[in-house]
Design a protein around this ligand. Structure first.
Ligand SMILES: [Zn+2]
Length: 230
């Protein structure tokens, strides 16, 4: 098969940023990155901090940047510690289906929930917090994990006239994945920046994500192919 037939088109050409584009930076928080001076790392993604300088450079090219922040109350349903006898990375059945259980992470008001200190995007226009309902997890920036409770992001984007989203951040195989898929379903063109995201990498999760994104028609691009419009 010819190489061109095997690669998404977006990978091959420069893509100029439009005024109706936004960079969506998912959950670049201390608990999802290796710990620094004992802070964070509760659910560290390997290389999670390595994408911070890439995202900072990318963000300078975008007029509109939106950050998300995983923001759980203590005793959150996604914490293994909330389910006696369960351990992190096991699953349990909850009202909305199967929930993967995590170490306690991104607890509201704790240093682990803070955005990574290396993140430097002062012109970000919105920090959207998600996962703040004790009984529902929220991987997606659009819909909580019951797949019906909206975060409000879709309405915000429509009111702002923002139409195309470039997604980066943590983690590729959970919050970036479901944000891209729900964003697409909500009518936004979503493109994942593959060198500006990293996966948790549970068994099969990276491969499943890559397949799910392709099935949803979501393109990938590398950051160097994204060109400032100014
Ligand atoms: Zn979480």
């Amino acid at each position: 098969m010819h190489l061109l037939a095997t690669m998404p088109y977006a990978k091959l050409c420069l893509m100029k940023i439009q005024s109706t584009d936004a960079l969506l930076v998912i959950d670049v928080q201390n608990d999802f990155c290796p710990p620094v001076d004992g802070v964070g790392g509760a659910l560290a993604v390997t290389g999670g901090d390595a994408i911070v300088p890439i995202i900072n450079r990318l963000a300078q090219r975008f007029e509109h940047v939106i950050l998300t922040q995983d923001w759980h109350p203590a005793g959150h349903i996604s914490f293994a510690s909330s389910h006696p006898g369960k351990r992190p990375f096991e699953t349990t059945e909850v009202a909305y289906g199967t929930q993967t259980l995590w170490p306690d992470h991104c607890v509201q008001g704790t240093p682990g929930a803070d955005l990574h200190p290396g993140l430097s995007i002062p012109h970000a226009e919105l920090i959207l917090r998600k996962g703040f309902r004790r009984e529902i997890d929220s991987y997606s920036a659009f819909l909580e994990d019951d797949h019906t409770t909206p975060t409000g992001l879709a309405s915000y984007l429509r009111e702002r006239g923002l139409q195309r989203l470039f997604l980066c951040g943590l983690a590729y195989d959970f919050c970036v994945r479901f944000s891209a898929i729900d964003g697409t379903a909500a009518g936004f063109e979503c493109i994942v920046i593959e060198d500006a995201t990293r996966g948790v990498d549970l068994p099969g999760s990276i491969e499943e994500t890559t397949t799910a994104l392709a099935t949803a028609g979501i393109s990938k691009i590398v950051s160097e192919r994204i060109e400032s419009s100014c």
